[in-house]
Design a protein around this ligand. Sequence first.
Ligand code: PLP
Length: 409
Amino acid sequence: MQINHHSLKLQAGYLFPEIARRVDAFTTAQPDADVIRLGIGDVTEPLPPAIVAAMHDALDEMSRRETFRGYGPEQGYAFLREKIAEHDYQARGCAVDADEIFVSDGSKCDTGNFLDVLGAGNRIAVLDPVYPVYVDTNVMAGHTGEADTEGRYEGLVYLPATADNDFAPALPSEPVDLIYLCYPNNPTGAVAGHAALKAWVEYARAHDALILFDAAYEAYITDPDVPHSIYEIEGATEVAVELRSFSKNAGFTGTRCAHTVVPRGVTAPGPGGSDRVPLHQLWTRRHTTKFNGVSYIVQRGAEAAYSDEGRAQIRSLVDFYMENASIISRTLTELGISVYGGTNAPYIWLRTPDGEDSWSFFDRLLKQAHVVGTPGSGFGAAGEGYFRISAFNSRENVGEAMRRIRESV
Ligand SMILES: *Cc1c(COP(=O)(O)O)cnc(C)c1O
């Protein structure tokens, strides 16, 4: 018996367990403290009523012999894939068909699972700071060496995104084969405009590279010039796979539904220089072999996100969180803190005052204001000196957290 020894390379003190450990220690010492959590990016508001109604109806269908359903198509029901293709892509001029859409139980899983169809020798680029899933799944797959003292893994190409470059990293100076992009960005809240995305697509086309484009926060874009999909860029349907999720727009973090787009035009060289292989073919085989589809009830709920009612309700949910974001940004700015993000994303990325390190700012905020955020260094070495505050909470908690920060920090 052997284990996957690559997993042992993962840093022991993973970010969110370490936060939980420190919060536990604090609440044990001060059991009466009312701690407000603006740390982990999880939604707090209930599902929109149009979605709830559709799920109730679907459950009723499942309760009657005549309308009961067993296994559905692994890639998702046509009723949902067609709505996604129409509203998320075709309405924005993107040439994406329903059969290029794979419905799944989450973008987090898809991000990791996608490595099943890619080879082991790819040179991989990630932004720094980064959504840790991109890095850790590659570590587990054996695509990296060991981590150094700052937590950077040997073999990965890190592209720093800091205030110095307006959170828009330069293209890699060495050739890479696989590029992870997340826009609007978690954790920095930065967005990529048309020109920036065009540069990435051209890079990928020139280097025969693949872009994994994570658009989990697409619904939070308010700037009319910012593309919502990578496929708004010409040529992207030959070099990019896009991931979308119902988690952050429709509040599905606990309900679970997402989709990945694998256009038929995305191909990679076959073994030994043989004919190019469409990734669509490989991903279809992978998805249908290892996955048995998202629950019918949940897919009916996701479908309702595209009805007129559903869309309006999602809009107000997103607006609600964005109003939180603007309250947070305003308060911190008034306190003289440099804040980034928060206008096209539900995250505020702030510069810690006086160059304080991220974890010491975390401890201070917890002790003085009883507010939990996320230390920037947990997202990568280039996140040191930064801190993330999430807009996902009730208005009351956000208001109270800001009042306490005003008084204490
Ligand atoms: C929340 C989030 C997702 C969504 O993940 P699900 O598994 O669909 O809930 C994907 N990518 C990023 C960067 C996220 O923050």
